[in-house]
Structures are given as structure tokens and as C-alpha cells.
Design a binder for this molecule. Structure first.
Ligand SMILES: [Zn+2]
Length: 189
């Protein structure tokens, strides 16, 4: 539902630069804190994809097992807001202190799960962050099915590295981006 005119700019600390009376996005501190700590990151996605959530509720790690999902990275940490901020929160990331604590848990990884809430995906570009978010959800779906059938075989470190290079190269990225844009009803850019 977001249109170009809806976009708002913020300082890293969350202060709107072009508010114009609009209500800012509440969890903007996730994005500011990750970008503050990771200069190579230019796009941060936060979502509540249902298929991913069970992996943030159990001790079963979410790990890449299909080649297209190599981009989610070998290790996906879990962050629980309750560990540091107790049960007096509404579980939303409401300030930079909470955003920075989440960022410490993310470390140098690409994805992070938030207990009972959602996921955070850090990308060098908007395209990388969007593609990684989509395949995080698809991998979660397939891993759930595979685990119901038996013990899945996961990607190795070498496969993750090699396939990530392919996914983020024009060979794969241009095709994925065109397909995703068409499905979203927007012109590929
Ligand atoms: Zn959220």
C-alpha cells in the first residue's frame, strides 16, 4: 500500500526530517541502529512474516537449505527483548537503546529473528535486503515441511558463499527483481 509520497526520511536517531505532520513509523529505531553500527548496510527490512515466527519461538535454528536462500546467511541469531528490557515492553522496538541492543545481537549477520515478533534483514542495497527477506520466508516454509518429514540436509558454508555470489550478481538479481516488481504491480527499476 506504500506509495512514493508516503516515504519519510529520518536521522539515524529516529527524528523525522520531512515529517509534515505525518505519524512516523514506530519501529524506525531498528533501521537507524543497524545503519549506525554497520556502515556497509544501506537497507534494513523489518517484517512479521508468519512462516518465520516459529523459529523465533523454539530452539530450532532457521538455516539455509535451498540454494536460492543461501543469501540469508549461515547463522541467524535470535533476539528476545525481554532479556534486557523485562516484561514491561509492548515488544516493539521503541527507542535507540532497544535498537542498539538488537543490533548487538545481529552482529555481522544478515538476518535476525525477534522472539514472538518478526525478523530483521540487513542488506547492502534495497534489492539485496528485499530478496533476502523473501527467501528467508520461503526457506522457513520449506524447512518446516522438511523437518516434519525427517532430518533436512542444510547448505554447507561453501555452498552458501558461492550461491550468495550468484544470487547477488546480475545473472540472478535482474531476473528476480523484474519478477518481484511485476508481482508487486510496479515497474522494475
Ligand atoms: Zn515489528
Amino acid at each position: 500500500m506504500v506509495e512514493l509520497d508516503d516515504l519519510m526520511e529520518f536521522e539515524l536517531g529516529g527524528r523525522p526530517l520531512n515529517g509534515q505532520g505525518r505519524t512516523p513509523y514506530g519501529e524506525r529505531f531498528i533501521h537507524g541502529a543497524v545503519m549506525e553500527a554497520r556502515p556497509e548496510i544501506n537497507a534494513v527490512v523489518h517484517n512479521h512474516a508468519y512462516d518465520v515466527l516459529p523459529f523465533g519461538l523454539t530452539d530450532t535454528p532457521l538455516k539455509p537449505l535451498i540454494h536460492t536462500a543461501s543469501v540469508i546467511g549461515e547463522y541467524i541469531p535470535l533476539w528476545d527483548i525481554r532479556d534486557k528490557f523485562g516484561d514491561a515492553t509492548d515488544m516493539l522496538v521503541r527507542n535507540m537503546e532497544q535498537g542498539r541492543d538488537l543490533t548487538v545481537a545481529l552482529e555481522g549477520n544478515t538476518c535476525l529473528l525477534m522472539r514472538g515478533h518478526g525478523a530483521v534483514i540487513a542488506g547492502k542495497t534495497i534489492k539485496e535486503a528485499v530478496v533476502t527477506s523473501i527467501y528467508l520466508m520461503i526457506n522457513a516454509k520449506i524447512q518446516t515441511v522438511a523437518m516434519a518429514m525427517g532430518n533436512p540436509v542444510y547448505l554447507s558454508a561453501g555452498e552458501i558463499e558461492n550461491m550468495t555470489n550468484v544470487q547477488f550478481s546480475p545473472l540472478a538479481m535482474d531476473r528476480m527483481w523484474e519478477a518481484f516488481c511485476l508481482r508487486a504491480g510496479v515497474k522494475p527499476v
